[in-house]
Write a protein that binds this ligand. Structure first.
Ligand SMILES: C[S@@+](CC[C@H](N)C(=O)[O-])C[C@H]1O[C@@H](n2cnc3c(N)ncnc32)[C@H](O)[C@@H]1O
Length: 291
């Protein structure tokens, strides 16, 4: 079933601090990237499926130095929100710029569909030092990941793909309905979101395999969300409730006949949200081109 997935700015804003905290757990990958800082000019970065800019907000300060980002998304409403990017000024050509002690960070926005046979091939792959995305790979299908690996091979860029779900969910306290909902949610995750029937939790590992076969040096590191007591941000209630509602909605869409069971699970989970916790497994991928 194909339905271009939409991601609301509210959802992206709600998850961003959890993403940021999760990425601290895989920060060793970025430290390896820092060693590849270009000597003769700015980092040239392509951010695929950029949303409202969470990847740039986390990564740009850690990359350091002058940077030129091309940020790409098919959703014009999310791209428009970049105009209010904190600390950036808008230039007459629509680009954005922020002056930092390490040098300017410049951003150019491009509305493009990344599906195969649309705008994907035309991106400036050869000019990039870094191709990155956050929360994108698990939306992609097998053919798209093959294509991405082939396009990456035409460049000498490093690849950093963060926050790819790996299928692990652990609720505390456990509920008898968790496994059923997780099963339906996983099936829903594998629907076609516009980049082919999604590989969901397998995507990062399949992509890693394609790259290794092409001689890339691939490293994976966990970047799990922790949503519960002691999490950052401290008030995890809204995020936990959004996860419960989102999983229930997907499970019911996947198996409408089981709606009553899922709704009962949803109510128990919402009741438990104030004292419960959820760990969601993610994996980040860093790939360096063959020497
Ligand atoms: C889960 S969101 C992640 C957004 C952002 N990277 C972040 O971490 O907040 C996935 C993003 O990919 C974009 N996207 C999905 N499929 C796309 C496609 N075929 N072409 C371009 N953008 C796409 C969506 O519009 C959305 O902004």
């Amino acid at each position: 079933m194909k339905a271009a997935a939409r991601f609301s700015a509210d959802w992206l804003a709600l998850r961003e601090p959890f993403d940021a905290a999760a990425r601290e757990r895989s920060a060793a990958l970025v430290r390896r990237l820092q060693a590849r800082r270009p000597e003769d000019g700015p980092w040239r970065v392509i951010d695929l499926g950029c949303g409202t800019g969470a990847n740039l907000r986390w990564l740009a300060p850690r990359l350091g130095g002058p940077q030129q980002w091309l940020v790409v998304d098919r959703d014009a409403s999310l791209l428009r929100r970049w105009s209010a990017q904190p600390g950036f000024t808008r230039r007459p050509d629509g680009g954005l710029r922020r002056d930092t002690p390490g040098g300017p960070v410049e951003v150019r926005r491009q509305r493009a569909d990344l599906a195969i046979d649309t705008d994907l091939d035309a991106l400036p792959w050869r000019a990039a030092h870094l191709i990155t995305a956050s929360a994108l790979l698990d939306l992609a299908g097998a053919a798209w990941l093959q294509r991405l690996a082939a396009l990456a091979a035409t460049s000498r860029a490093a690849l950093l793909f963060a926050l790819n779900v790996d299928g692990r969910h652990r609720w505390t306290p456990a509920d008898a309905g968790d496994a059923r909902v997780a099963h339906l949610f996983a099936a829903h995750q594998r629907r076609d979101k516009g980049l082919g029937p999604a590989l969901g939790p397998q995507a990062a590992f399949v992509f890693a395999q394609h790259l290794r076969e092409r001689g890339w040096r691939v490293s994976l590191a966990r970047s799990d969300w922790w949503i519960g007591p002691g999490s950052s941000p401290a008030d995890s209630g809204p995020m936990q409730r959004a996860m419960v509602d989102g999983m229930a909605r997907a499970a019911i869409e996947q198996a409408p006949a089981g709606a009553a069971t899922v709704t009962a699970w949803q109510h128990r989970r919402l009741d438990a949200a104030a004292h419960g916790a959820l760990r969601v497994g993610h994996v980040d991928l860093l790939a360096l081109p063959p020497r």
